[in-house]
Each structure stands twice: as structure tokens, then as C-alpha cells.
Design a protein around this ligand. Sequence first.
Ligand SMILES: [Zn+2]
Ligand SMILES: [Zn+2]
Length: 338
Amino acid sequence: MSEPSVRPGGTVMELVAPHVFAPTLRPVPEPAAGEVVVAMRALGLCGTDLHMYGGRAVEYPHVVGHDGAAVVTARGAGVTGVAVGERVTIDPVAHCGQCAACTRGATQLCPDGGYLGMLGPGLLAEYVCVPARLLVPLPDAVSDLAATVLEPVAVALHLLARVAPLLPKEPVPCAVVGGGPLGILLGVVLRHHGYAPHLFEPQETRRDLAAAVGLVAHPPEPIDLGDGPRLVVETSAAPAGVALADELATPGSVVAVVGRAPHSIAPPSVLLKELSLIGVKGGPGQYPEAVRLVADGVVDPETVVTHRFGWHEAAEAFRISVDRPDLVVRTALVGAWR
Ligand SMILES: [Zn+2]
Ligand SMILES: [Zn+2]
């Protein structure tokens, strides 16, 4: 896999080793044809960022970050559709735009692509040069803070598209395993589409937050959700969450794998219950619709942002996000760089 053409510049908060950030000064990148330079205004700390902070980056130093709000500062040749000074978010699925997968809209499966800030550099920097095709304009109704948690909304929309051919038209009973930002916001979007999702989460803070946005939240134990097949969505990425998803899945159910757990439901269970096990990787092409849902007030991503820090407090922001899952649901870096 080749690296996405993403180039951070200005003050870059490099993860120089597990648990260690260091601000380094790099030249502000110049946009080539088809590229845009943006000034970062806000960035969300996602589960994968926290994993790389903890030691799972491919190499160090590394620049994490893929859920952000920014403003366009320079455009390369041939860029149309975004203006200098415009507020934008960045679709984090880097892709070539030309291969068979990209051509049919499956940018998340592009062999030359990948998530920003995972194999290649990400957005935790004052300026970032990115391919213009990744930019999605933000209307005034979508705040910088809301734009740091658009990914769960885009993932929920992709999930709905993935499961639609496998389920009856009338919404079936629905369980969402894991009450992090992904589980909660995904639950809100599913509800908007007619489902009545039950959310399962061990942390009380997260159950309270889910309840505050009107979701039915339970401790992680199987309950009777009624007869027939269900839609079970695994977002926790934890072995216990996968086990619970298996228990909640009745014969004929669709199980959507959204969290990246080390293993999934075992083949005998998939076979004997004739489950449809589907992967949901990101929210390809769904960012414009996700922005619309937020602008229309269908879902408010700000509700899951429990902690905010300045850019230079990145180390503290990551530390508390990893150490205190009982307190922190989602953290954002916001404010001025200088
Ligand atoms: Zn993310
Ligand atoms: Zn491609």
C-alpha cells in the first residue's frame, strides 16, 4: 500500500514514541495540482489514535489524527469546489480515485488508499496538505467541535446501506454493542431511520450519555429483544463485546462488524444460526450526507464530546482519554495554534 499524499506542516505534534508527543516545526506545505492546504481548527481523538498513542503505530515518529475541522488556506492548480477561507472537514479515507474500487464508489477498499493518520501521516498539525477530493464543506450550522465526530454518523449511513439488502423493509429489533462515540451516534442515526436500538455498554457514564440522547441503554448482558432476526451492531472492538453480539444474535440475524476486535463470531455460530456477518469499514462517500444530518439537527455530535484541550495539551488529552474511560467519552483538541 502506498502512502496517501498527506503532508503536515507548521507546528506538527509528532508522536515520537508511545505516549510521547513533541512539537516540531516543519515548512508549511505547498499544494501541488489537485491538492489543498488547510489550517486545522479542531481534531477529535478517535479509538485508533489512542491505540497508536499506546504503541500500535507502524513506526515512530508518527502524526495521528483523522477527524477534524479546518479552513482552506491555499489551493493547488485545477482545484474547484472549495474556496480559500472556507470551513471544511476532511473525509479520512484516502484513495486514488481511479482504480476499480474507487470507480464504483468503494473508496474504503482502494488498494492504494488508507485512513489518514494510520499508515501515513494524519491531521495533528497546524497545517495539512491533502488531496482536494477529500474535502467536504461545512455549513455554519455544523460547528468545528461537531466536525470532530462526524465519522460515526458517516459510518452509520454506510452501515444502513450495507444491511439494507439483507433485512426486511420494516426495521427489525436492533442491538448496538458498545456505547462509545461510535455506538451512541450510530444509535441516534439508526433511530432516525426507524430502528429502536438497544445499546449495551459496561461504563455507567456512557450509558447515562446514551440515555440523555434518548437511547435505551443496558449493562452488557443479553436481554430478550423479541422474536425473529435482529440487526446487531458490534462497535466495542472488545472480545467481550463480540461474545455479547453473538449472544444477542438470533437465527437469521445480521451482525455488522464495525469495531476492530481481534476476532469475530466463530464459524459454528455463524453457520448454525445462519447469521449474515458483514464488515462496515468507515463511511465512504457519506460525509456530505453526514454533514447534512448534523446541520438539520437530526444528530448532534457535540453531545459525545466530554473533554476539550488546546493543541499543545495533546499529551494530556491522550493520557486522560486512555486512562479514564469511566470519565471520558470523546476528546477534542481545539483553539488557536499560536
Ligand atoms: Zn475516527
Ligand atoms: Zn483507488
